[in-house]
Design a protein around this ligand. Structure first.
Ligand code: XLS
Ligand code: CA
Ligand code: CA
Length: 437
């Protein structure tokens, strides 16, 4: 019996519906700016949170039952998770999933046995994919849970551990290719440091870059044509993580010649942990041609850690979708790297959480469409820089000026006029009238 036996296929019922098991805003077939909502919003299920996380925190054990009728830590449980996961995705109309290697099977003491288990489960997953049409968004290797990675994976001080990281990446890439995954993620959870007293940062970063180069070479050799992603995060579990934010990660990729094979996987909660807005990191990625995929979740401004909540903040989803639409869409998708709050422990809560997330992004998309069609915000930004369209401004933009020439220009003017109001409050009011007017 499936854990979601009592849940039927989730349907769109419209904004007035009071049915907690229906979409209010996500209407897959609805056309928005020439594409269906489903095409705009390729949603993915995170294997780890959805089928694994059961509420354990620093102070208490599981509240949810994610045994799916089998004993945890066994292959029977791994198979039960596949059945539950595909049932769940089908009921919600979710087209993709994302996984870490060790989300799929219990890790054995011997990596050869772990790999054998992965072969077994991936055959079964592949069968399910063929039957249901569900696809893989991205795969990754968990290089942070096992104690061997206490000092990092690519950044470890141990060459032996480095080889285990390589072995896991190789296998996770094999699986990603087997599933036809669109992307492969590097999230450097333990790639960072606690104190410079014991750390050679340059040495560690060079080793990480080498590992990534080997991953690209291997991936391309087995037919992986998708994107590699870095998923930035400033801290947690490490005090300082190397992929602090999009700007830092992009600089790293360029320094080591990896920028052609990589894009960003931007997680909302990680951007805010870095002291940015979500849309900031999306903009930085997009303007560098590196906006690949999104981990759709949100943090809590009152808590300083990675709470991985289901997205509920419609303003944030709106600003996100504005960036995504302006960038021409994602090559990846929207992965709900999110978990229910600990007291929301039933399977129905999980279904409702995904409905909330999907509805929030549908609202974000609809709002972004309105803002773009209204045009006032875009027009203001264009006008704000219009001084650079002619005269000395145009010459500056063309890169045809010298510092002396500009200094002489300034001297002749004696003092410039003020540069024009930023009109932030007016723009915010316009936004509200577009959204709620
Ligand atoms: C943890 C990360 C992780 C990555 C994949 O904070 O979000 O789950 O998405 O390793
Ligand atoms: Ca997170
Ligand atoms: Ca994530």
């Amino acid at each position: 019996m499936s854990a979601f036996e009592n849940v039927g296929k989730i349907q769109y019922e419209g904004p007035k519906s009071q049915n907690p098991l229906a979409f209010k805003f996500y209407n897959p077939a609805q056309i928005v700016l020439g594409k269906t909502m489903k095409e705009h919003l390729p949603f993915a299920m995170s294997w780890w949170h959805t089928l694994g996380a059961a509420g354990t925190d620093m102070f208490g054990r599981d509240t949810a039952d994610k045994s799916f009728g089998a004993e945890k830590g066994t292959m029977a449980h791994a198979f039960a998770k596949v059945d539950a996961g595909f049932d769940f995705m089908q009921k919600l109309g979710i087209e993709y999933f994302c996984f870490h290697d060790v989300d799929l099977v219990p890790e054995a003491d011997d990596i050869n046995e772990t790999n054998r288990r992965l072969d077994e489960i991936s055959d079964y997953i592949l069968e399910k994919m063929k039957k249901t049409g569900i696809k893989c968004l991205w795969g990754t290797a968990n290089m942070f849970s096992n104690p061997r990675f206490m000092n990092g994976a690519g950044s470890t001080n141990s060459p032996d551990v480095y080889c285990f990281a390589a072995a896991q990446i190789k296998k996770a890439l094999d699986l990603t290719v087997k599933f036809g995954g669109k992307g492969y993620v590097f999230w450097g959870g333990r790639e960072g440091y606690e104190t410079l007293l014991n750390t050679d940062v340059k040495f560690e970063q060079e080793n990480i870059a080498n590992l990534m180069k080997m991953a690209v070479a291997y991936g391309r050799s087995i037919g992986f044509t998708g994107d590699f992603y870095i998923e930035p995060k400033p801290k947690e579990p490490m005090k300082h993580q190397y992929d602090y934010d999009a700007a830092t990660a992009i600089g790293f990729l360029r320094q080591y010649g990896l920028e052609k094979d990589f894009k960003m996987n931007i997680e909302a909660n990680h951007a805010t942990l870095a002291g940015h807005t979500f849309e900031h990191d999306l903009r930085i990625s997009a303007m560098n041609g590196m906006l690949g995929s999104i981990d759709a979740n949100q943090g809590d401004p009152h808590l300083g850690w990675d709470t991985d909540e289901f997205p509920f903040d419609v303003y944030s989803a709106t600003f996100c979708m504005l960036e995504v639409l302006r960038a021409g869409g994602l090559t990846g998708g929207f992965n709900f790297d999110a978990k229910c709050r600990r007291p929301s422990y039933t399977m129905e809560d999980l279904v409702q959480a995904y409905i909330l997330g999907m509805d929030t992004y549908a609202l974000g998309l609809l709002n972004a469409e309105k803002i773009i069609k209204d045009g006032r915000v875009d027009a203001f930004v264009k006008e704000r820089y219009a001084g650079f369209n002619s005269g000395i401004g145009a010459k500056i933009r063309a890169g045809k000026t010298t510092l002396e020439e500009l200094a002489n220009y300034a001297a002749e003017m004696k003092a410039p006029a003020l540069p024009g109001s930023g009109r932030q409050e007016q723009l915010e009011a316009i936004l509200n009238s577009i959204l709620f007017g």
